[in-house]
Design a protein around this ligand. Sequence first.
Ligand SMILES: NC(=O)c1ccc[n+]([C@@H]2O[C@H](COP(=O)([O-])OP(=O)(O)OC[C@H]3O[C@@H](n4cnc5c(N)ncnc54)[C@H](OP(=O)(O)O)[C@@H]3O)[C@@H](O)[C@H]2O)c1
Length: 330
Amino acid sequence: MRVFVAGASGAIGTRLVPQLVDRGHEVIGASRSPARAEHLRALGAEPVALDLLDRAAVRRAVLEAEPDAIVHQATALADLTFSRNFDGVFAKTNRLRTEGTDALLAAASEARVDRFVAQSFASYRNAREGGPVKTEDDPLDPAPPAKTRKSQDAMRHLEDVVTHAGGITLRYGIFYGAANDGLIEPVRKRQYPIVGDGAGVASFIHLDDAAAATVLALEHDGPGIFNVVDDEPAPVREWLPVLADALGAKPPRHFPRWLARLFAGEAAVVTGTEARGASNAKAKRELGWQLRHPSWREGFRTAYAPTAQGQGRNPDRDAEASQPPSRLVT
Ligand SMILES: NC(=O)c1ccc[n+]([C@@H]2O[C@H](COP(=O)([O-])OP(=O)(O)OC[C@H]3O[C@@H](n4cnc5c(N)ncnc54)[C@H](OP(=O)(O)O)[C@@H]3O)[C@@H](O)[C@H]2O)c1
């Protein structure tokens, strides 16, 4: 297939492009920055400069590329800094998930592209009731923290329009396995505390496994929504000390809920104490997906140990050394 990848130069895009090429697909790799063209070419893609928020340019690029499939991996999450105003920090990403998705779908329809896969997110979205791990059929949080509602709405919009058009959305876990992973710096600096009892559950995914699931989703008929997460959804009180240790950092601090609410806002309290994780059973069953890193327990150590110990270089983390650092995870 000829696969048009929007956001080809990002954390997931740079893992996805080589896997698509290895699988025998031709890849057109789109990102805004012409400076990233050579990097994309080295990964095996035909580079295209494109701003996804320029609808006319999206139409032109897709019609010219004549792809068989489109993958939307564009976000604007590099260089994030911590803010209580979650929606403000995610404003550009929300536009990429709404306007950008709409533009790509319109172009796909005009170019008669019938395979479409888009990036969504699994953690921190499920209704905060019942058991700790949720499937794609379980309800989303009907009352998310106020400062996250626009971001939650943008993800719902993306999922609705993509599946309505017959495509697939992938609810990825929290990415790790690259030099610019958003949790590295705050955990090293002990800026990411365990809030209250630390019972909020998160789901993680190694970038290589996320890319592998994406290739399989492209080869699968839609519509559908799949959680692309590892085998071990876990509460903050379990995963955070392991991550700190893997990074060679001091153990995380503990904050009572009121203090976390004061400094970090309601969203931080909810994610730290009430969030539910996601099940990957459907992706394994229907996509035939197998994970190389089934759990963050082993995955964090593989990804970060050489750096934490100052020994040599880790190819997983060097792969994106050209990417700007980010300070906040989605
Ligand atoms: N599930 C998750 O946990 C999750 C999901 C996404 C990102 N993240 C994290 O966020 C951090 C930053 O992510 P990232 O390195 O992928 O960078 P990013 O800034 O989020 O960019 C992602 C991709 O989108 C492209 N892009 C951005 N704005 C665009 C626009 N207006 N039009 C077209 N393309 C656009 C970028 O290329 P150009 O900038 O060249 O246009 C890049 O290819 C990383 O730590 C990553 O792991 C986490």
